[in-house]
Ligand binder design. Structure first.
Ligand SMILES: [Zn+2]
Length: 181
């Protein structure tokens, strides 16, 4: 095999695959390499193809994009914790004041802490650096800024949060991610 072919092969095997529980609930993300092994040993079935195939010496494997486990995995649900990651995910990496989509985000307390604003889902939003600077410890009204939507607590407890950038990139994952789309 030529060197660049080997590298292509390796890249394909590293592509992310969405793993669903037997109940079709999203469990985690693994690499295609791992997914192919699970399928090969009958521990998972392929629900969605990715793009491309993986060739071994005498076989061609379809590349999976979504697999479903043959047996149910029991895992405790966890309550969503108010973290930077969860807030940015909830807000889809979008500044809640100007609408800019970016990974250069800060946490903003809508009613500032020094005015008694609580650290809660309903009072914390994602703000880009420019908006954060412009708002500077004032309320939205005082700084003449407007929230694009009212911040809320995300619904329910979860097994797993699909990182937002995967939701954007992998169209075929969408229908398996209720409430995530
Ligand atoms: Zn902004």
């Amino acid at each position: 095999m030529h060197k660049d072919q080997t590298e292509d092969h390796r890249n394909l095997l590293n592509l992310p695959v969405l793993v669903l529980n037997q109940t079709y609930e999203p469990l985690n993300i693994c690499r295609a390499r791992r997914a192919l092994i699970l399928i090969q040993y009958g521990k998972a079935e392929m629900l969605e193809n990715g793009t491309g195939v993986v060739r071994s010496v005498n076989t061609v494997f379809e590349l999976p994009s979504v697999i479903r486990l043959a047996r149910m995995i029991r895992r405790p649900r966890r309550e969503r914790k108010l973290t930077r990651f969860e807030i940015f995910e909830r807000d889809r990496y979008t500044c809640q004041y100007c609408g800019k989509q970016t990974h250069q985000l800060t946490l903003d307390h809508v009613i500032p802490r020094h005015m008694g604003g609580p650290h809660t889902w309903e009072n914390v939003v994602s703000a880009c650096v420019a908006c954060n600077r412009r708002k500077a410890g004032k309320t939205p009204e005082e700084s003449g800024m407007k929230l694009s939507q009212h911040p809320t607590r995300p619904r329910g407890n979860i097994l797993f949060t699909i990182p937002y950038h995967y939701r954007n990139n992998r169209n075929e994952w969408g229908k398996y991610l209720p409430g995530n789309s």
